[in-house]
Design a protein around this ligand. Structure first.
Ligand code: PBG
Ligand code: ZN
Length: 322
């Protein structure tokens, strides 16, 4: 009790604070999501995501080198194809932007761990995450298509396959397809607890993937639920997932902590486009200190229990850590 107990004693100078610090960020924990378009010499700025661009493969390799130099752990690839159709067949085109980007980054920045996001919404003309049956996504018809896309990315050099579609059974379907095709060593990071979130707005501009009608609430999770997240986690673990993701991150720190407590697998959190955009916008207005809030937001996500953080701040944050 006060006055014998004085917590301020351990805050008196930077070296003491550093010694007792409980959470430390490291660039190797960060994965940078990127958007890849067809064509050459393209860097289209994304208005709602300052500092982020839709890159053609040749320009993306420059960014990959910067990320590697900053010590960033990995890069996650999203495709923005020219042509779309009802079933999203561009997702398994070996000449599509993502397979080409993966191969090019493997050459240009071999230290970066290459993560292939697997979903069909960037490739379907209706913007949903799989082929439709009436007004909703046909779960079981989607599974073999996700498996095909996963194989295409694995064959291009993806080192982690990350399905973000939220179909039931996709981890098992992808695991089986990878194993049968001679890729038993490629891990799956499942977007296990992915919520139907308003925070994805800027991403859907960047990836041109907004649903043409309705929303994703018949497949992504309902934001009020946390026990359901633990059921999703257990299911994906049983199907053979190697890592488990919670998304978004900042508004779901309780979910990250609960997932951390319920599994021994690595826990991944995705600080999504809307979280990034809010910090950038408030920073640009001078309402908050952008760099300080960037680091604080990432520290909070790590403190909640995330081992790995997907973040559009990956390079900037890595450069601030020495
Ligand atoms: C697509 C996908 C989305 C994000 C990652 N993969 C958007 C969505 O589900 O509509 C969002 C990422 C972000 O907002 O940064 N399945
Ligand atoms: Zn999708």
């Amino acid at each position: 009790m006060y006055p014998s107990v004085r917590p301020r004693r351990l805050r008196s100078r930077p070296a003491i604070r550093a010694m007792i610090r409980e959470t430390r960020l490291h660039p190797s924990r960060f994965v940078l999501p990127v958007f890849v378009v067809e064509g050459e010499d393209i860097a289209n700025p994304i208005a709602s995501m300052p500092g982020n661009f839709q890159w053609s493969v040749d320009r993306l390799t420059e960014l990959a080198k910067r990320a590697q130099d900053a010590g960033v752990g990995g890069m996650m690839f999203f495709g923005v194809p020219d042509d779309k159709d009802a079933i999203g067949s561009g997702a398994w085109d070996p000449a599509g932007p993502v397979p080409r980007a993966i191969t090019a980054v493997a050459q240009a920045a071999p230290e970066l761990v290459r993560w292939g996001d697997v979903c069909l919404c960037e490739y379907t003309d209706h913007g949903h995450c799989g082929p439709l049956a009436g007004e909703t996504v046909d779960n079981d018809a989607t599974l073999p298509l996700l498996a095909k896309a996963s194989l295409t990315y694995a064959e291009a050099g993806a080192e982690i396959i990350a399905p973000s579609d939220m179909m039931d059974g996709r981890v098992a379907a992808i695991r089986q397809a990878l194993d049968n095709a001679g890729h038993p060593g490629i891990p799956i990071c499942s977007y296990s607890a992915k919520y139907a979130s308003g925070y994805y707005g800027p991403f859907r501009d960047a990836a041109d993937s907004a649903p043409a009608f309705g929303d994703r609430s018949t497949y992504q999770m309902d934001p009020p639920n946390i026990r359901e997240a633990l059921r999703e986690i257990a299911q994906d673990e049983a199907e053979g997932a190697d890592m488990l993701m919670v998304k978004p991150a900042g508004p779901y720190l309780d979910v990250i902590a609960a997932v951390r407590a319920s599994t021994d697998l690595p826990v991944v959190a995705y600080q999504v486009s809307g979280e990034f955009a809010m910090i950038e916008a408030a920073g640009a207005n001078g309402w908050i200190d952008r760099d300080r809030v960037m680091m604080e937001s990432l520290t909070g996500i790590a403190r909640a229990g995330a081992d790995i953080i997907l973040t559009y701040f990956a390079i900037d944050a890595a450069e601030k850590i020495t």
